[in-house]
Design a protein around this ligand. Structure first.
Ligand code: SF4
Length: 344
């Protein structure tokens, strides 16, 4: 494994030690895989306040006959005070609260159905969506001797996943639907609620492939950055690779980290672990990642789950080193000790 160590340019992130789908999800979706355009469509955030910008909230207040500063107050209550119900917006006039409720508005916070805490303090949350589907999200606290605790939220972007990677329980369970932006932001706020601490980092490494739900992921990214006030550099979007999406993401010039779930140093082995790799050759992914780095100046992170006897031999390490040799300094590798999936 010495060679593998040579290609690591950063310590293995705590956040991804739990595997690419860091949730090891075991929730059974109600519908089987169907990647039709309708099943992929995110739920509309109709009448949900969570996810709206300050400007949008100001416009809403004005539309309901209030002065625009009431929108600022709404923003403060939702994102700073983290109030979960409109009736508890006691700083607002009762008439405004009534108008919001009568117009069908809700805050859109998600109820926590169950939590499981691991010995290291990591907490898995099972969250119930409005349509009774369940998703998992994980809060990972890291005590830092030099500063305040870091709290990473590992969030889901879909209910299930259509990509069926060989080692992933989520993939085996099939795909139900995309999450809307408020359902993604809601996971972060749920973790803050459990830990009573601000989330400092967000990784899109939970259920689902973020690049198959890029619209909601980008909307959630905006909200997490601008409204929840999590720095762009503290946000990581992880993908196994979906054709044409890395270029698209690069065009937004976000200062966030792109993480590629590589898991193999060659195309043949990768296809056996990540079936969707057939439609996106390794060479093309590496080229798109290089372009992403050039476009954003952000280092790309390559994730490599160590699957015993499959991709963890010395020859794989040599091949991985060769693959990354021409890359230069704009990458790092996370070696992920693979853990079998456990139900919560
Ligand atoms: S892309 Fe889907 S199937 Fe593959 S590891 Fe991620 S969640 Fe699992």
């Amino acid at each position: 494994m010495t060679l593998l160590r040579q290609v690591i340019s950063a310590p293995v992130a705590h956040a991804v030690v739990l595997s690419r789908s860091c949730l090891a999800v075991s929730v059974t979706p109600r519908r089987k895989l169907s990647v039709s355009s309708s099943s992929r469509a995110p739920r509309v955030d109709a009448n949900v306040l969570l996810g709206m910008s300050e400007q949008e909230l100001q416009k809403l207040a004005v539309d309901l006959g209030q002065q625009s500063y009431r929108g600022k107050q709404l923003h403060h209550l939702i994102y700073k005070r983290k109030v979960k119900e409109i009736e508890n917006f006691i700083q607002l006039p009762q008439s405004f609260r009534n108008d919001l409720q009568e117009a069908g508005w809700t805050v859109g916070r998600l109820p926590i159905f169950r939590t499981v805490t691991a010995a290291d303090g990591t907490v898995k949350l099972l969250i119930k969506l409005e349509d009774n589907r369940l998703i998992e999200t994980v809060g990972i606290p890291v005590e830092d001797e030099k500063g305040p605790m870091r709290l990473t939220a590992c969030v889901s972007s879909q209910v299930g996943c259509p990509l069926r990677c060989s080692f992933c329980a989520t993939g085996k369970g099939g795909f139900s639907r995309n999450l809307s932006s408020h359902e993604i932001v809601g996971q972060v706020l749920a973790i803050e609620e459990i830990f009573k601490h601000r989330v400092t980092n967000v990784v899109f490494m939970g259920m689902g492939e973020p690049m198959l739900n890029l619209k909601s992921v980008l909307e959630a990214h905006r909200c997490l950055n601008k409204d929840v006030q999590i720095g762009q550099r503290m946000i990581t979007i992880s993908t196994v690779g979906v054709p044409n999406t890395i270029k698209k993401l690069a065009s937004y010039k976000l200062q966030s980290t792109l993480a590629i779930s590589l898991h193999a140093p060659n195309q043949k082995l990768r296809e056996s672990i990540v079936p969707s790799a057939k439609s996106y050759p390794l060479e093309a992914i590496m080229k798109d990642c290089r372009d992403y780095f050039q476009e954003t100046s952000r280092r790309v992170s390559f994730e490599y789950a160590l699957l015993a006897g499959v991709n963890d031999q010395v020859e794989h390490a040599v091949e991985l080193a060769e693959l990354l040799h021409e890359w230069g300094r704009g990458h790092h590798v996370n070696l992920i000790p693979f853990q079998s999936n456990r139900r919560i």
